[in-house]
Design a protein around this ligand. Structure first.
Ligand code: FES
Length: 366
């Protein structure tokens, strides 16, 4: 049944809300839908096909525009998968030690997935606004459970809505939205499976396990000046960096250089294998908290405790920065210190890298 509502009136389908299942079975889908609407207190006051004559140029143009959006959504979702699967390098490298293109990886993932979702969303909205019948309805509300007849009518309403979508006759839209949805559905699957395959410690040189500190690298302030043992008073603390290109900017570089008080130096309990890491009454630890990576730099010199302000983890510097309070469970890695003499003055150098990975724990880490 085609519904003529050009006068803006409610189409006459049934006056009797108590229709039987047999009577409803005799009706067309649209008649049953309208009967169901009225029986449920819904009155369609205006209903008009957007394109009363099917297949016009305007209708085909609207269809093609929407289909183009779905194709773009498909291509974007595929691009996401291609980027995720390795088309763009994702392995992090220290500054100056390899390709820095990994910085495009995350923005590209966000852009391609966002574009795909936006295209599908815009396409669906345009489909409803441009191609589906224009309709206005008002509805009464009721609280009682629906009888069987109403359930049949509701089913008819849903089928009618599906017919209004025009999926059966709009094959280009059906194909393109299927294509876009399929590619988009593959995105979480690829991300889930891929995250189990990709490991951050598998990059060249296992970059997450190493910093710019190596044997002989100068210990410098953020302005590049070298650090001398004469610079700090007992109980003093400084943030220092490796004196190599990019050393000050590298996120895993910040290191705390602490000069213990005279009465504390003899009480230090070192971890096995790290006895020679201190130099005189100086010790150096990674500044990156082992809980969640905040800078742990609030130092209480009388007790030798280092506090991380983010979640209040405390590390005992006299026990090689062992966590003694808060959520951190791992000691701050300790930097082996030495000195070299330049122009008759002593300056600190590192005697090697941190023996453990710095910062929060991640999988497969010792
Ligand atoms: S990041 Fe330091 S306690 Fe949480």
């Amino acid at each position: 049944m085609s519904i003529d509502t050009s006068k803006g009136s409610t189409p006459e389908t049934t006056e009797d809300p108590a229709l039987t299942a047999d009577e409803l079975a005799e009706m067309s889908v649209e008649e049953a839908m309208l009967a169901g609407a009225e029986a449920d207190g819904v009155y369609i006051v205006h209903r008009r096909e957007r394109f009363p004559i099917a297949g016009t140029k305007a209708e085909r143009r609207a269809e093609r525009t929407i289909a183009a959006l779905f194709v773009l959504a498909f291509l974007s979702a595929v691009a996401f998968i291609v980027v995720f699967c390795g088309a763009v390098p994702f392995e992090w490298h220290l500054p100056g030690q390899g390709s820095q293109e990994f910085r495009y990886f995350t923005p590209l993932l966000g852009f391609t997935l966002g574009l795909s979702l936006a295209c599908i969303g815009i396409g669906v909205v345009l489909w409803a606004k441009w191609l589906m019948p224009e309709e206005e309805a008002v509805q009464d509300r009721h609280d009682d459970p629906s009888p069987e007849t109403e359930q049949i009518m509701t089913t008819a309403t849903l089928i009618s809505g599906y017919n209004d979508l025009g999926v059966a006759r709009r094959s280009i839209l059906k194909s393109t939205i299927g294509l876009a949805s399929g590619a988009l559905a593959a995105v979480p699957l690829v991300a889930l499976v891929g995250a189990m395959i990709k490991k951050p410690n598998k990059g060249p040189g296992q970059s997450l396990f190493h910093t710019l500190w190596t044997s002989g690298v100068a210990v410098v302030y953020s302005d590049g000046r070298r650090v001398s043992p004469d610079d700090l008073l007992p109980g003093g603390i400084e943030t220092v960096f490796p004196g190599v290109p990019g050393g000050v900017k590298a996120g895993d570089s910040p290191t705390l250089l602490i000069r213990l008080r005279p009465e504390q130096a003899s009480k230090v309990q070192t971890r096995p294998g790290q006895a020679g890491f201190a130099w005189g009454d100086y010790v150096a630890f990674s500044k990156i908290c082992t809980h969640a990576g905040c800078p742990a730099s609030l130092y209480e010199q009388q007790t030798g405790r280092l506090l991380c302000p983010c979640h209040q983890s405390q590390f005992d510097v006299l026990r090689d920065a062992k966590p003694i309070f808060g959520p951190a469970t791992r000691s701050l890695p300790k930097l082996p210190l030495g000195v070299e003499i330049v122009d008759g003055k002593q300056y600190f150098v590192a005697k090697g890298d941190f023996p453990e990975a710095i910062g929060p724990a991640f999988w497969e880490r010792p």
